[in-house]
Design a protein around this ligand. Structure first.
Ligand code: TYD
Ligand code: MG
Length: 446
């Protein structure tokens, strides 16, 4: 504020704001001078706006669902993920799937590489898809104007570089400036702009954190290396909920939506083997069954290690603590490995009970009844706590042909003759129900 403040009473001017005017001694009379160049903006009554966002289908129902009904015109989406996870593949599928003029701005790969990917994906009719190789955001924006594209993908925002801006491509300054140019272009042309973004080793979007604030939607494409399953989640969505997950499988023809994730995740399960239990997770509104496995070795010289793949180490530590103190299943010096099958992550506390069963089963070499699904959060006292969406989870268990479900107290909703729903109050009760003759004793030690 170069002009500073002025006292309304006596006209005293000061660079700084003042509570009491140093000129006339009056209180609360400091006012900022009016700018003569203030833009004349239109103010409307909110109720007068119909509010329905104009959506574009991406042609991929799984992606549309995660977005909350398709891409919104004039909006910006950040598609983030680790290198090699399939961002460029998904981007190309979206561009060709949507029935509108589309533009790919390739800043990383040559157009020959892009064309090779398109051939690999079996894209034959690319008449409405234009591609340009450019790393200058101004060139990208000009191409949007020239092609009249309604969907634009920029691959990647970290590879763009504005010659008028300092710093190297991918740096904080450059990413912010380039993303700003794209956000402006989206608003002014009405095109939906998808920026591909890399993530760093710790999973954060590379570049400034402000990038996530600047865009309307942040999608994360995730999966385990060496595994074909891919999950698309909305981490931020100005136009919809953030709780939907799209499931895909990477194959020779690109990313294909997984019609029956439970069947895929339970495929190859060694039903009846010790150390395996089935849980039911919620991915957005959808319930998906999965297997959690545990392996407990005999005590070795380097004992006491815990390794968790797809399971949060804190949940594993909690469950091991409960098993040790509440049912005297102490694994002290033994090595413990837990893993989820199929590259899914067991994020929810609702998976605690299955994790407990897999560990107890591995430690005692007694298989869990293969017809059992276990759902429930375990508290520090060993008690089982209710979890959300129990009816949906049980429905999925029934659909997949499971005959028994162990659930927390008060969750019996939706049981029928095919699925026996057994409420258990704590971990000890669950273990006793599965292995009635077994008594838990201390198995730890050197
Ligand atoms: P890509 O989309 O290039 O990943 P990103 O842009 O996130 O770096 O795809 C990476 C991997 O996907 C690559 O290793 C090859 C594999 N892939 C398939 O398995 N099938 C396919 O049809 C395509 C196009 C790629
Ligand atoms: Mg790529």
């Amino acid at each position: 504020m170069a002009d500073g403040y002025r006292c309304e009473a006596c006209g005293h001017a000061s660079i700084r704001w003042f509570g009491r005017c140093p000129g006339c001694g009056a209180w609360s009379t400091a006012v900022a001078p009016k700018r003569s160049d203030a833009p004349d903006v239109e103010v409307v009554e909110l109720a007068a706006l119909t509010g329905a966002a104009r959506r574009l289908s991406t042609g991929e129902p799984e992606v549309d669902r995660v977005l909350g009904g398709g891409l919104v015109r004039g909006s910006t989406v950040l598609l983030a993920g680790e290198p090699g996870i399939g961002k460029s593949t998904l981007a190309l599928q979206l561009l060709t799937g949507a029935d509108v003029p589309a533009l790919l701005v390739s800043a990383e790969e040559s157009l020959e590489q892009v064309a090779a990917r398109a051939r690999r994906l079996g894209i034959r009719d690319g008449r409405r898809l234009h591609a340009v190789q450019a790393s200058d955001p101004a060139a990208a924006v000009a191409a949007v104007g020239r092609t009249g594209a309604a969907i634009v993908v920029v691959d990647s925002v970290q590879a763009l570089s504005d010659p008028a801006c300092e710093g190297i491509a991918g740096g904080v300054n450059q990413v912010r400036a380039c993303a700003e140019a794209l956000v402006r272009a989206a608003r002014s042309t009405g095109a939906a702009v998808v920026m591909v973004g890399h993530v760093t080793k710790d999973g954060a979007v590379a570049g400034p954190k402000t990038l996530e604030h600047m865009v309307d939607v942040v999608l994360a494409l995730e999966g385990e290396r060496g595994d074909a399953m891919r999950f698309l989640r909305a981490l931020k969505n100005r136009f919809g909920a953030c709780d939907e997950t799209g499931l895909f499988e990477m194959g020779p023809g690109g990313l294909a939506a997984v019609a029956d994730p439970s069947a895929l995740l339970l495929e190859g399960r060694r039903a009846g083997a010790a150390g395996s239990a089935v849980y039911c997770a919620l991915h957005g509104s959808r319930a998906v069954l999965g297997e959690v496995q545990a392996l407990v070795t005999s005590a070795g010289a380097e004992g006491g290690h815990r390794t968790a793949v797809g399971v949060a180490p804190s949940r594993l530590a909690l469950v091991l603590g409960v098993l040790a103190e509440r049912v005297e299943l102490r694994l002290g010096q033994r090595q413990v490995f837990v893993a989820t099958a199929g590259g899914t992550a067991l994020r929810e506390p609702a998976g605690d009970l299955a994790l407990c069963l897999a560990l107890a089963s591995a430690a005692t070499d007694a298989p869990v009844d293969p017809d059992v699904v276990a759902v429930g959060e375990v508290g520090l006292g060993g008690e089982l706590r209710a979890v959300p969406g129990i009816a949906r989870r049980l429905r999925e268990a029934r659909r997949m042909g499971f005959e028994r479900a162990l659930v927390p107290p008060g969750c019996c909703g939706g049981a029928d003759a095919r699925l026996r729903v057994e409420e258990v109050c704590d971990v000890r009760a669950a273990l006793t129900l599965l292995w009635p003759r077994r008594r838990y004793r201390v198995v730890s030690g050197a």
